[in-house]
Design a protein around this ligand. Structure first.
Ligand code: AMP
Ligand code: GLY
Length: 423
């Protein structure tokens, strides 16, 4: 199959590695890619956010499937343009992608679909913000509408900090004040063809920068899959997955379809397991990063067949994806200064030694080849991923590997999956 993958992060590298790991020998194009992706795909000079350019490329090269990794091309209408030309694309159109981009849109869909979520109040002035935070009480959750990737969100018990945060974002647009939801977080992905959904395996992301969940929110500093503790709460993982499928994913997909904006692509449900039940904190319209890096290495069935079935509306006859019993852990290596002001351009080495640790691989996020070798070009630089038969083993491997990597001033968490190490 000829596949074009749009995006340049570790998520896209993970998608490409999963496609490569299949039996078939695909021809894979990537844009804009990165230095790691270039080792596993043909990087092409193409503006991922230009619907006409992407459509022309896909047509000229006879691409069988386009997989859209990040949100930006979705919002730019790249999927709409491809679909109009009859090119199979995994990723929702602009209208359905608002499920991620507009928190107000997401809340409306959830209300209409009867999906459990926290209460939220919309505010456009500081006075409205004050009234809302006093109504909902501490801890305060303040979110800028329309901003993704954990940016623009503050969770704090300090009223002054909450107000200051709102004041920062009010000039840009409305803010949402949300009820604080207390409990463990789960990321669960669904592949949707607009009509039906198939669940993938649950994962947990570590959003905060520092060990013990200290420091600012980030795009995600590590992840693991599966979540063995779900069995303690629900009897088994499958009961949980079934519940979220029926109570969350299916009603949302049906609602979007009924509104004439079918969702074809990856529905990412960000959930909190509260004492009052499972609630949605957010939806994303794309694969999660870094969760994808631990979910896809465990996927047993070919990824291309699954994504193509979703893109062409034939999920009904596709079997539910199955996952290996092996566990996966990923740790993000970030640049100094991430997330506020990452220092870029520094030399990066030791990747071969890291990848030689058994059952370890590296997904590149922000790397380029400089005059003297690899350089880091962004905040989250790469993901070290390890699989193993236990979390103890996978953690041991991932941290042995990350110790081999040299990047001045780099940061990583040391407690990824520590809470699930058996015994
Ligand atoms: P979001 O951008 O909506 O995913 O928010 C980023 C992170 O902030 C989430 O992953 C949670 O850890 C936290 N968060 C967001 N909303 C809430 C909420 N209502 N209650 C508790 N924590 C939240
Ligand atoms: N890991 C969080 C996200 O992809 O938005």
């Amino acid at each position: 199959m000829r596949i074009l993958v749009l995006g340049s992060g570790a998520r896209e590298h993970a998608i490409i590695l999963a496609l490569r790991a299949e039996e078939s020998s695909h021809e894979i194009f990537a844009a804009p890619g990165n230095a790691g992706i270039a080792q596993d795909a043909t990087v092409v000079d193409l503006d991922q956010n230009d619907p006409a350019a992407v459509t022309t490329f896909a047509n000229e090269r006879g691409v069988d499937l386009v997989v859209i990794g990040p949100e930006a091309p979705l919002v730019a209408g790249v999927a709409d343009a491809l679909r109009e030309r009859g090119i199979p694309v995994f990723g929702p159109g602009k209208a359905a992608a608002q499920l991620e981009g507009s928190k107000a849109f997401a809340k409306r869909i959830m209300d209409a679909a009867g999906v459990p979520t926290g209460r939220a109040l919309r505010a456009t002035t500081l006075a409205e913000v004050e009234a809302a935070i006093d109504d909902l009480g501490a801890p305060y959750v303040v979110k800028a509408d329309g901003l993704a990737a954990g940016k623009g969100v503050i969770v704090t018990s300090d009223r002054a900090d909450a107000l200051a945060h709102a004041a920062t974002y009010l000039p840009i647009g409305p803010v949402l004040i949300e009820e604080f939801l207390d409990g463990p977080e789960v990321s669960l992905f669904f592949v949707s063809d607009g009509d039906r959904v198939l669940p993938l395996s649950p994962a947990q992301d570590y959003k905060r920068l520092g060990d013990g969940d200290a420091g600012p929110n980030t795009g995600g500093m590590g992840a693991y899959s599966p979540l063995p503790w779900l069995a303690d709460l629900f009897g088994d993982e499958d009961t949980f997955v079934h519940h979220v499928t029926v109570e969350v994913a299916e009603p949302v997909i049906r609602q979007l379809d009924a509104e004439g904006t079918p969702f074809i692509g990856l529905l990412y449900a960000g959930l909190i397991l509260t004492h009052q039940g499972i609630k949605v904190i957010e939806f994303n319209a794309r694969f999660g990063d870094p969760e994808t890096q631990v979910v896809l290495p465990r996927l047993v069935d070919p990824l291309s067949g699954l994504l193509l079935a979703a893109a062409s509306g034939t999920l009904e006859t596709h079997p539910r994806p199955s996952f290996s019993d092996e566990v996966a852990v990923t740790v993000v290596l970030a640049s100094e200064g991430y997330p506020e002001a990452p220092v870029t351009g520094r030399a990066l080495s030791g990747l071969d030694a890291a990848a030689s640790v058994p059952d370890v691989h590296i997904a590149h996020a922000a790397t380029a080849v400089g005059a003297d070798g690899l350089v880091a070009t962004g905040g989250r630089v790469l993901n070290v991923v390890a699989v193993g038969s236990s979390f103890g083993e996978a953690r041991d491997r991932v941290y042995r590997a990350i110790d081999e990597i040299v990047l001045d001033g780099s940061q990583h968490r040391t407690d990824i999956a520590a809470r699930v190490v058996e015994g």
